[in-house]
Ligand binder design. Structure first.
Ligand SMILES: Cc1cc2nc3c(=O)[nH]c(=O)nc-3n(C[C@H](O)[C@H](O)[C@H](O)COP(=O)(O)OP(=O)(O)OC[C@H]3O[C@@H](n4cnc5c(N)ncnc54)[C@H](O)[C@@H]3O)c2cc1C
Length: 455
């Protein structure tokens, strides 16, 4: 097949999660023809919001962070700016459990001085942070070692450990600060101190303030809008088996039903999680057999348990984002989102909705409990932490056997592999949460990067 200027070959995008759809949408807007292959029946990948009467639950991600002007601008450009619902003001209140009780994280310097979250010793120790030496630029350190070195053990136990449990379902003793929290790593490298760097950024940053948002129909509105703008270019129920490099460019062998179909493309963008990428067959791509090593990336299981309750059955005011659980507290949940306090329209009148996360690297076995045992665990934890009584009015359990890639020490070898394969095979590109970061904002940036690489 030849690629004449009148009918250029399309770009193939594998995966209609947020990464692939973002890449496809960017290219489509620039008049580059695309075909998106998606094995599932609908768009969104990990993003899956379900409305059931007046209940609305998220099976996967619950919130998106407007972390950069690009992310904000992207949502506007897709036409969803007017539908964005920011988290309510009360969501600024974030609870962490200390000595069995919920304590609100301080949000101001004065709040920090007064909080009972940290001891006086820990608070005073923070004053020395700007004078602690930075690590060597090429050193690789765990998040735990980094935090203890700069901020002290209590900040690891009561701020960073619960945060890492909430974001990665991970363990700070295993995650790499350079790869898992690159902004934190850069802050130290560029400013010599986290406090100095944070203050400087606060004074100079003119971008959005990092607000959290969703949509009235849940996060799935975004992939749906992207897929609908792409129309027939997205092929649902179509799994890619083989990516082949040819003399003229690229071929994709896909399967919708039983019979395989082979088509030619100008370039191939892979927007897949690590295990899906490791399962693809690559022909004529030097080094692609090494993608099997992506199976080494740890993805702990997580159960996300959405429960609805009558308002009078919950003693806590639920005046916040939710609670995070430090590992040292010996509870059995990673955290609880106060879903109906975060966004309107998540529970019927007179009711509240909670989303409890169980499992992660901390306790993978709990995520694998059967439904009855998991429900019992969640009910006991919610009773103890939030004073929840009685049977839930609504219950949905979502299991993620391989939830989130852990950017552990040495993760650079996986990133380097992607870069090597791209260098060896022009027109083949990799993005998504195995390479560019795990948050939805990271994935949007990843999709934009993929699109730029071929346009
Ligand atoms: C429980 C949970 C909670 C989370 N919470 C948050 C949160 O609150 N905020 C946040 O920012 N992030 C959160 N995340 C992370 C975030 O949701 C993911 O990192 C992100 O959605 C990944 O998007 P993606 O497009 O890269 O991959 P995916 O969403 O995994 O999409 C990949 C797509 O590729 C398809 N596919 C796979 N193999 C093939 C094939 N061979 N052929 C064709 N198609 C294929 C899959 O069906 C899938 O649709 C959460 C993740 C989980 C699991």
């Amino acid at each position: 097949m030849s690629s004449s200027p009148a009918s250029p070959l399309p770009v193939a995008i594998i995966g209609a999660g947020i990464t692939g759809l973002t890449a496809a949408w960017q290219l489509h807007r620039a008049n580059v023809p695309v075909v998106v292959f998606e094995a599932a029946a609908g768009p969104g990948g990990a993003i899956a919001s379900t409305r059931d009467g007046d209940w609305l639950w998220e099976a996967g991600p619950n919130t998106m962070l407007e972390s950069t002007a690009e992310v904000a601008g992207f949502v506007d450009a897709v036409g969803l700016g007017g539908r964005r619902v920011y988290a309510s003001e009360t969501a600024n209140n974030r609870y962490v459990v200390r000595d069995g009780r919920l304590v609100a994280m301080p949000t101001s310097p004065w709040g920090f001085v007064r909080t009972r979250m940290f001891s006086w010793r820990a608070k005073l120790g923070l004053l020395g942070e700007p004078w602690r030496p930075r690590s060597a630029a090429d050193a690789e350190e765990t998040v735990a070692d980094f935090v203890v070195r700069r901020l002290g053990q209590e900040f690891l136990d009561y701020a960073v450990n619960p945060f890492v449990g909430g974001v990665y379902a991970g363990d700070p003793r295993r995650l790499s600060v350079r790869h898992g929290f690159p902004k934190l790593h850069r802050l130290e490298q560029e400013h010599g101190s986290l406090l100095r760097g944070a203050l400087k950024r606060r004074n100079t940053s003119g971008g959005p303030k990092g607000r959290i948002f969703s949509f009235p129909g849940g996060l799935v509105e975004l992939p749906r809008a992207l897929a609908s703008a792409l129309g027939g270019a997205v092929r649902f129920g179509t799994r890619v088996d083989t990516v082949r490099r040819t003399a003229a460019g690229w071929e994709i062998v896909s399967r919708n039903g039983s019979s395989p179909r082979t088509e030619a493309f100008a370039a191939v963008l892979c927007a897949l999680p690590a295990d899906a990428l490791a399962a693809l067959h690559f022909d004529g791509v030097p080094g692609a057999d090494r993608l099997a090593t992506l199976r080494e990336i740890e993805h702990p299981p997580v159960a996300s348990v959405f429960t609805g309750h009558r308002r009078e059955d919950v003693a806590h005011p639920l005046d916040g984002f939710g609670l995070l659980m430090p590992e040292v507290e010996q509870h059995r949940v990673l955290g609880v989102l106060f879903s109906s306090s975060l966004f309107p329209g998540r529970a019927p009148a007179g009711h509240v909705a909670l989303t409890t996360f169980v499992g992660g690297v901390r306790s993978p076995e709990l995520a694998r409990l059967d439904d009855a045992a998991l429900t019992k665990l969640v009910r006991e934890e919610l009773a103890g932490l939030l004073g929840v009584r009685g049977e839930p009015a609504y219950l949905h359990i979502q299991r993620w056997p391989r939830a989130i890639p852990q950017y552990t020490l040495g993760y650079g070898r996986h990133k380097e592999l992607f870069a090597e394969l791209e260098r060896a095979s022009p027109g083949l590109h990799f993005g998504g949460n195995a390479r560019d970061g795990i948050s939805l904002a990271n994935c949007i940036e990843s999709g934009r990067r993929l699109a730029k690489a071929v346009s």
